[in-house]
Design a protein. Sequence first.
Length: 234
Amino acid sequence: MNINEFYEDLNKINITLSNKQKELLNIYYEFLIEYNTHTNLTSITNKEEVYYKHFYDSILLSNVYDLNTCNTLLDIGTGAGFPGVILKILYPNIKLTLLDSNNKKTTFLKELIKKLQLDNIEIINERAEEFIKNRREYYDIVTARAVKNLPILIELSIPFVKINGYFIAMKSNYLEELNNSLNGIKLLGAEYEKTYEFNLPKNYGIRNLIKIKKVNITNIKYPRSYSKIINKPL
């Protein structure tokens, strides 16, 4: 892999990494691959693909919201830490919550954060519909990358967002899912603002970032139980 080419591609989206940030991404990559030999975290292990399909892809969120102004960010279904940990490396001002119901993944994240020596990060091993009891209308930004269909995801995510904050869903395909979510978005006290489309370099695919603004308090009855959300999305 030509690592300088990766840095140049970031420059094209107005991201310039410090030497420390470059070092942290390398530590992240090496630990991810090492840990992946015994715990399934990602099917993508080639260095170039990890850097573009995971790292670059995660960084795209910074092109639709000024993360220098973000105080609190929740990454739902974070898995191996994408996009949350990558965004924290670039924007240390963020107070980050990583949420995942998979214990093996949150165990990895705890070890990763120690290696990266990052602070102001909490790792929560819980389901979103349970964790909401502690953090309703709390976060400036809530995001989820390649997690669930949008009609399901909005009910799990929007209640966490404070008024005037944003839920930003990261998707490869989105049109049908968005059309099926518009009514639910309104019911949850939010409004669809815009979808930003990006082409990943080297023909690694398309990423769509769906930006949804919280405009009113979400009714306390949402989110419903997960079985109800699945069986009858809003």
